[in-house]
Write a protein that binds this ligand. Structure first.
Ligand SMILES: O=C(O)CCC(=O)C(=O)O
Ligand SMILES: [Fe+2]
Length: 282
């Protein structure tokens, strides 16, 4: 049972209830939001096919270390901070100026725009419900930080079915915090996402298709001086019958423009570079 309760995006108290959940747990869940379910469903189908398709087609889009766009095969996939094993996943990074297989471009670019608009609204809620002393220290209004940012990144993740040959101890996504300001994630096509409670125990995130899950990343934790916590989460391996199924998910990681000042210690750029090196992908 999850303890994260979905907030109705259209409700009068939506902003207050949603930001309260973000403050208390680092996570918030939305229902009745403006993202089209059909678009998400189509994207899951199109990309599942692409990931299961010809390896040569995938390698043709191999990621670029500098720009971080393109296909990240499982052999280079991330090793979460403090962990020994690579995650059991492959993924593709879509950036506004990055590459994208032509046949997949239409829907993924449309989703990027839609989710980005929703994110602007959510950041305005986060700003409005930040305590005055915390808000006073933001270097600019939060929605401004991502405006015309080319760093916001849409990741299409494919977790392949379990083969039984996985390294002992490896999981789909080892426990980690996200680097960015805010993450917007439609519930995936299979369960597995778990969120760490303050006492260290784990709860399942809701996985009903149509819900949007939002979480705070390290950059917003830094800018809000911890008022909004970047909560550790992970994706566990399926067992039993579900082991044969792949899982697709679609997080949008909102990144400020590189010059945006997050705190006295960091700009968005210095923060990101440090974290990518730790992940072993830079
Ligand atoms: O696949 C998911 O549900 C979450 C993935 C995630 O946490 C990440 O890529 O940062
Ligand atoms: Fe994450």
């Amino acid at each position: 049972m999850t303890e994260l309760v979905a907030v109705d995006f259209e409700a009068e108290k939506a902003a207050e209830l949603f930001t309260k959940s973000l403050h208390e747990t680092g996570f918030g869940v939305l229902k009745n939001h403006p993202i089209q379910k059909q678009l998400v469903e189509t994207i899951y189908q199109e990309w599942e096919e692409w990931f299961k398709g010809d390896e040569n087609d995938k390698e043709a889009y191999l990621y670029n270390k500098e720009t971080q766009d393109g296909f990240f095969p499982s052999r280079v996939s991330e090793t979460a901070k403090g962990h020994k094993h690579k995650d059991i996943k492959e993924y593709y990074h879509v950036y506004p100026n990055g590459r994208c297989p032509e046949s997949l471009e239409k829907h993924i670019r449309a989703y990027y725009k839609e989710a980005g608009l929703l994110a602007q609204t959510l950041l305005s809620w986060v700003e409005a419900y930040s305590p005055p002393d915390i808000a006073a220290a933001y270097s600019s209004p939060l929605p401004e930080m991502i405006k015309e940012s080319h760093k916001t990144l849409l990741r299409i993740l494919h977790y392949p079915p379990m083969t039984g040959d996985e390294e002992p101890g490896a999981i789909r996504a080892a426990a980690h915090g996200d680097i960015n300001l805010l993450t917007v994630l439609p519930a995936a096509n299979e369960p597995g996402l778990q969120v760490q409670r303050k006492d260290g125990s784990w709860m399942d995130a809701p996985s009903d298709f149509g819900l949007i899950i939002v979480n705070i990343g390290d950059m917003l934790q830094e800018a809000s001086q911890g008022y909004y916590p970047s909560t550790i989460h992970r994706v566990i391996n399926p067992s039993g019958k579900a082991s044969d199924k792949s899982r697709i998910s679609l997080p949008l990681f909102l990144h400020p423009r590189p010059d945006v000042v997050l705190s006295e210690r960091h700009t968005a750029d210095t923060y990101l570079e440090e974290r990518l090196r730790e992940l072993g992908v830079k």
